[in-house]
Design a protein around this ligand. Structure first.
Ligand code: SF4
Length: 251
């Protein structure tokens, strides 16, 4: 069993390097004690992980953050995925009161007013529901890849998240976008049709646009903000490398 500390995370990351994707899921389920939660955004990387987790028929829970502002196409692939794999993806939604307060104060699209307003919106729609989803978890699986953006370049296969006191597990950290596309094609994995319309990364509808040729994969997210501010708070400010609390890597 793997302990919940930076050294154990580093050892697990090294062991994961040697495995293929089904092997990585099996190893995580064997090694990480306690509750395992995979948070899917229903984007293409997360669909790869959902496929592997569903086929493993193990103990990893699949959950999503239903912000209430997702594309209709995202709800479509959510339903299609449940049907294809015979699973339920558990939804965590924003607290109603927080949503009503924000809309009353800032307006329905008030997140465009400032970075602070945008972070407040991501706060009650994503960050707080994520905290509820991860309550009591020992392991948090994500579909993050190092190649997605400069902000994510240091993403390891496993890291100790000191703030949450859990292991953050990124089984696709070393995959390329081509690896993801090939896996989806070869395994008939259902995916969001927006990926075929120029959306490599898909979040909330009002905060995501298609990217232009030559732009980074996440250029279409919060495109009106500076590059270094473009994260929703789920993965920013958390340790992405196996370092001691207080010495977290900047991501
Ligand atoms: Fe709000 Fe946009 Fe963040 Fe979604 S991505 S939670 S709509 S600011």
């Amino acid at each position: 069993m793997t302990l919940l500390n930076p050294q154990a995370a580093e050892a697990l990351a090294a062991a994961l390097t040697e495995r293929d994707l089904p092997g990585r899921i099996r190893l995580i389920e064997a090694e990480v004690p306690g509750r395992l939660v995979f948070t899917t955004s229903l984007g293409i990387e997360d669909q790869v992980l959902t496929h592997a987790i569903a086929l493993a028929k193990g103990r990893t829970e699949i959950v999503t953050l239903d912000t209430g502002r997702l594309f209709p196409e995202t709800y479509d692939v959510w339903a299609e995925t449940e049907s294809a794999y015979g699973i339920r993806i558990r939804a965590f939604a924003p607290e109603r009161e927080a949503e009503e307060r924000f809309v009353a104060e800032e307006g329905i699209n008030g997140f465009r007013h400032s970075v602070a307003a945008r972070q407040a919106c991501c706060g009650f729609r994503k960050v707080e529901p994520l905290a509820r989803a991860l309550k009591g978890a020992a392991g948090w699986l994500t579909g993050l890849r190092a190649g997605q953006s400069a902000n994510r370049a240091a993403t390891p296969l496993a890291a100790y998240d000191a703030e949450r006191g859990l292991l953050k597990l990124n089984p696709l950290a070393d995959w390329s976008r081509e690896d993801v596309d090939r896996f989806v094609r070869d395994n008939y994995v259902p995916y969001n049709v927006l990926h075929d319309r120029g959306f490599p990364s898909i979040g909330c509808a009002p905060c995501t646009r298609a990217v232009r040729v030559g732009e980074s994969e996440r250029a279409g997210r919060w495109w009106w903000e500076q590059e270094e501010k473009k994260e929703c708070g789920l993965h920013v400010g958390r340790p992405e490398a196996n370092v001691e609390p207080g010495r977290e890597a900047a991501v």
